[in-house]
Design a protein around this ligand. Sequence first.
Ligand code: G3P
Ligand code: MG
Length: 239
Amino acid sequence: MRGELLCIGHRGAMGHEPENTLLSIEKAISLGASWVEIDVYFVDGHLVVIHDNRLERTTDGTGYTCEKTFGHLCSLNAGKGQKIPTLEEVFTSVNGRAGLNIELKGSQTTEPVISLIKEQVEQGWSYENILVSSFNHRELLNVKRLNPKVRTGALIVGLPIDNAAFAERLGCYSVHLSIDFIDKVFVDDAHKRGLKVFVFTVNEPEDIVLMESLGVDGVFTDYPERVVKTRAGVTIYRG
Ligand code: G3P
Ligand code: MG
């Protein structure tokens, strides 16, 4: 029998609080997410937690994220007075209360992320509670080359002809699919290969039920409380 559907807070709990902020992460944990997903860029020698390659959508800044100084990024408002957190601040804030899924964005992010993970594991985090994911599958290979103990998750949008074979070849722990491209054939194939299947972004109660029925292992959601309630068999409505 499969375990219960894992609830992964997407950019924290971005349905409730400004995405990828400490406030959003705290909200996800308080709503029952057992994992939190965040997006990370390496900018000016620092790992910063932000989704976009530009600043306009989520902050009061302008221009390309990677062209700024760290000091400038720290001066920005990421919503409700929140700052753009560093990855280290996120590790400290979560402090083992949830698993952390670090999605690599931008270039040059892998090596500093792997170094920081090693430091965090030395300070008490467990490899089982950390998962590094990316749409850039070459970087996932790089992760395994740098530290085979780090678990990786392959992000894709689409259904490959050979299903989850690519993720097995990459040595991944999990494969992360878009809800727009998922079926039982893929889920069963991934499971046969020993891979977990996580799906993004699952917000509608009907879709949460559907993912459970497909045998999916976990979902990324902007509303962690909806996954918790659906798992408990409580009928919920949007809003
Ligand atoms: O990791 C799941 C999901 O976050 C991938 O897409 O664009 O939200 O980073 P995106
Ligand atoms: Mg992401």
